[in-house]
Ligand binder design. Sequence first.
Ligand code: URA
Length: 232
Amino acid sequence: MATAPVSPPQPSTNRSHMNPVPPSVFTLPQTAQLEALYTIIRDKDTSRGDFLFYSDRIIRLLVEEGLNHLPVVKHTITTPTGTTYEGVRFEGKICGVSILRAGEAMEAGLREVCRSVRIGKILIQRDEETTLPKLFYSKFPQDIAARYVLLLDPMLATGGSAMKAVEVLIEHGVPEERIIFINLIASPEGLQTFCGKYPKLKVITGWIDQGLNEKAYIIPGLGDFGERRYCE
Ligand code: URA
């Protein structure tokens, strides 16, 4: 019995809900494969095991894309054939900073591609009195001001936590233009606010969604990333 024909690779329809996208935002190529990965992690019936596996696959793609935005300098080496090869190497040192708790899920993906990478952490929560994002805890490598920072948070909803995290990094001496924000799903509102406030940092996102609901969840989104990753 013949199986159903396999369709050739198709570009995914561009479903970006933001037009125009701010110039500092870089979206992963919106291929059919990427859309298939997102379809799995968005599905409420996806098991925790599959959620972990497929969100890790997207995180890996995001980290690789983030590294494409780091500057390089010329670096000449000699190959085993005795030939001189004029190549490049990364210009500076890097550091990952995860916004707890969901951002922690992206640390392993960074470690997979950057051996012995330094990792900092930052915990921001809503201040019940002011309703504004408040810094509760931070721990960074002592030389963070001399490093490029890959700031990790899978969901950019209102942008409040990300903006607070950048504020704290700048207070620690990291120039805005040395921060690369790495994110799985962004809302157009969050991107507008975040990139409006910090236009010199780059944002690498996998997908720009439709918007936010009244509880500030991203729509269609995937629900609560931390719950799905750690609890369900
Ligand atoms: N954080 C999440 O985990 N999900 C959202 O939709 C928004 C913020």
